[in-house]
Design a protein around this ligand. Structure first.
Ligand SMILES: NC(=O)c1ccc[n+]([C@@H]2O[C@H](COP(=O)([O-])OP(=O)(O)OC[C@H]3O[C@@H](n4cnc5c(N)ncnc54)[C@H](O)[C@@H]3O)[C@@H](O)[C@H]2O)c1
Ligand SMILES: [Zn+2]
Ligand SMILES: [Zn+2]
Length: 363
């Protein structure tokens, strides 16, 4: 079938084109897209900070309605409302353990442009076109594996929830799935983008009593306060670890790095209390940062961890996040600004300048 897609043929660019989408194969579904969020990882791929091959349709925070199902689909039917998430193979040891975020095939399925069987579904008269995250959600239709489409209740506003598939799941999952904070504990969150803000909302949900948000954009720090931060620090204006120690006395129990700036990892470690847990989710591509094993890690018995996609199993975690949203405890819509699909360049621009946290393209 013919679809409209924003195709990236060279670094940094989109071309709105009519291209061909093949029918869903075994275990796959055709989704009529309602909206797609823009995540910072789209920018990283667009600018080839990650080694991808173009042409590719980017986008990995799609939401929509199932319009057709391929053979053997068990979990979804025509008409289901779905939030799309990251792909996984379903048959490796990690997938069987319920840890699809560390699937053996993650790199191929996230950035290799192909589906599980190694083939592509999109093409034009010049040849085949890849997709990001087995989605390619910057298009009005997409074919996805049923594993990475999660059915949600029909009565939720899908377009407000697109970032549950990546950004929100990443930040909220780091807190709820990995840290599992003790009520009354303290946390510092570096970065008030969608990922960091979701960490802040989740920390509030989990009962953290000191939630410190760090960013350099004043409007983002203001929203962080509204979403649950008890303290904010402008990282441009002061020494963050000193400020964290002033607020907490002994440092924080948990740290979340959600800026993607490697140099902030040492700052996070200097902000930790003894036996703290510091989690890196923001860094993409190859990164180095000067970490001192002593005294930053060993004597204080601090744990430093990396985490992909919030350590979540989307089919389980996303419905829980939707429930929190419906209860008003995860107001992710406060981060969203809606754009027409044709305004994709503007939406990326507004994300880049820091003006908009979660640009959402609507079809
Ligand atoms: N691990 C994963 O699975 C995963 C998933 C999604 C996104 N990510 C990554 O997480 C990061 C955050 O994603 P996002 O969509 O929220 O991005 P974003 O760009 O919206 O947010 C990053 C925030 O960091 C702030 N920041 C930048 N430099 C800073 C500094 N020196 N001090 C303080 N704050 C600073 C920015 O102002 C911004 O608010 C990105 O690097 C993204 O690629 C990782
Ligand atoms: Zn797997
Ligand atoms: Zn993402």
């Amino acid at each position: 079938m013919k679809i409209q897609a924003a195709v990236t043929r060279e670094k940094g660019k989109f071309e709105l084109d009519t291209i061909e989408l093949a029918a869903p194969k075994s275990g796959e579904v055709l989704i009529k897209m309602v909206a797609s969020g823009i995540c910072h990882t789209d920018t990283a791929v667009l600018n080839q900070f990650l080694p991808v091959t173009f042409p590719m349709v980017l986008g990995h925070e799609g939401v929509g309605i199932v319009e057709d199902v391929g053979p053997g689909v068990m979990d979804l039917k025509i008409g289901d409302h779905v939030i799309m998430s990251f792909p996984s193979c379903g048959v490796c040891e990690k997938c069987h353990e319920g840890h699809p975020y560390v699937c053996d095939e993650s790199f191929k399925l996230f950035f290799g442009g192909v589906y599980k069987d190694g083939t592509k579904r999109l093409s034009d008269d010049k040849g085949e076109i890849a997709v990001m995250f087995g989605q390619g959600s910057f298009a009005n239709y997409a074919v996805v594996d049923e594993r990475n489409a999660v059915k949600v209740d029909d009565d939720v506003d899908l377009k407000a929830l697109c970032s549950l598939g990546c950004g929100v799941q990443t930040g909220a999952g780091a807190v709820l799935n990995r840290m599992k904070p003790t009520p009354g504990s303290s946390i510092v969150v570096f970065g008030c983008g969608a990922v960091g803000m979701s960490g802040i909302m989740a920390a509030k949900l989990a009962g953290c009593s000191t939630i410190i948000a760090v960013d350099t954009v004043p409007s983002r720090l203001e929203l962080a306060k509204e979403l649950g931060a008890t303290h904010v620090i402008n990282g441009k204006e002061c020494n963050t670890p000193d400020e964290v120690k002033k607020i907490t006395g002994k440092g924080v129990n948990y740290g979340l790095e959600a800026t993607g700036v490697p140099m902030l990892v040492p700052q996070m470690l200097d902000s930790m209390a003894r036996e703290g847990l510091a989690v890196i989710v923001g860094v993409t591509g190859e990164a180095e940062a000067p970490i001192r094993l002593e005294p930053q890690l060993m004597s204080p018995s601090v744990t430093l961890a990396g985490l992909v996609e919030g350590g979540s199993n989307p089919k389980v975690f996303i419905p829980q996040l939707v429930k929190f949203f419906k209860e008003g405890r995860l107001p992710v819509d406060k981060m969203c600004k809606y754009y027409k699909f044709e305004e994709i360049e503007q939406a990326f621009h507004d994300s880049h300048t820091g003006e908009v946290i979660k640009p959402v393209l609507c079809f």
